[in-house]
Design a protein around this ligand. Sequence first.
Ligand SMILES: Nc1ncnc2c1ncn2[C@@H]1O[C@H](COP(=O)(O)OP(=O)(O)OP(=O)(O)O)[C@@H](O)[C@H]1O
Length: 466
Amino acid sequence: MKSLLCEMNDHPALRQIIDTIADGVFTLDINGEITFWSKSMEQITGFTAAEALGKTCSLLRISTCLGVLGTGDPTRCGILDGASTGARECFLKHKDGHDIPAIKNATAIKDAHGEVIGVVEAITDLTDLEKAKMTLEEATRRLGERHRLDRIIGKSDCMQAVFMAIKATAASQATILIQGESGTGKELVAGAIHYNSERAREPFIIVNCSALSESLLESELFGHAKGAFTGASTDRIGRLEKANHGTVFLDEIGELSPLVQVKLLRVLQERTIERIGESRQRKLDIRVITATHRDLYTLVREGKFREDLYYRLKVFPIGVPPLRDRKTDIPLLVRHFCDRLNTETEKSIRKISPTAMQRLMDYHWPGNVRELENAIEHAFVLCNTHTILPDHLPLEIRETAYPAPGPAPVLTAVPKGKPAPLTRELLTTRLHESNWNKAEAARRLGISRTAVWKRMKQWGIPLDKP
Ligand SMILES: Nc1ncnc2c1ncn2[C@@H]1O[C@H](COP(=O)(O)OP(=O)(O)OP(=O)(O)O)[C@@H](O)[C@H]1O
């Protein structure tokens, strides 16, 4: 024992070799006393060799050391019984009291007869690595923050401009008009404005103006008094009143009938509301955000939308760009949807193959982010490994450009007999056949126009002929 450990201290060449190692090395004798303390140990712990030699390793208060933590007696250290710890993460105390993250490796030293004569310990200082890890985590967090606003993901310049517009308008009370193709995220933008505004704790009421007939929408928006019309058996508060002190989001505003346009204009001008069948004016404090996938100004020029209402609504217009104009967002969006679906389905799909990603980048996304979301959901159904492959993607993305260019589709007869189950492919085919006339497609499928419209939205099929 003595010969080995003394040799370490007495043999300058051996010392030099050990002192050049960045990891700290020290030895203990059979009594648990430090007999050798390398230069790196001095640098890592702040204790000089003179301060350490002859002391026990309790000097370092190692967080995983049982000899210290358990019995307080270093001679009871299991390593002196011939054990070895292998590499373990732990904390040591620096001379000045701060914790040093480290990896400790301890092994018993045995003589030629296999008798334990001491312990050698190597300490890898992780301080720099921990700092780098924290810097990386912080950088990733900041990058993540820059590339998302609430639930909206986007690192492209045009989405960064949308984020700026959201932040600016959230701090104001201005009426907002959000324009963009179907599935670009207009509703998300409206929500982000509301939830980042001072009205965030008040209601956020969404009304889809194209989903209801004129009379239903009127009563839904403005409410009615008992007996106002057949079937109005009680007083009913409208959605505009429900949004009082909060925000109302009117989606598909381009579909409003002339009558509802006039009534909405009055609400915006006078900030009061009259329920149907009542003459009483009720004060209203609401913020109005509207959205449309149509070019509202064209509707104005065509005489389908009131010009005065148009100017009232577009006090602050925000344009949400189509996905094909911001393809750099696709990888981030794919990761976002995979994370959500992994949680929801308890799958563990972590990767997308380069070819599958290339297919997503090449496709022109007529249904925008909603279509991308649906494509990833489709892939999740088919993928049973950790990686999404091209075969897991919907047909039109993996194989064909969408919509298929070429000669005008031939109109075929409505299929007779039991209708085939409605799939995205079938609906798209019928839409092609009907020149995107939804009523005709509905007739051919034997379902209602509303059902066609709902499925088109759900599956990210463009509402207007692409
Ligand atoms: N930038 C985005 N980040 C994350 N998810 C998005 C983004 N944009 C859209 N989505 C998702 O895509 C889907 C469609 O979004 P949303 O309903 O807001 O679109 P929209 O433009 O209002 O569509 P529509 O005009 O058909 O009403 C939603 O599930 C939404 O969560």
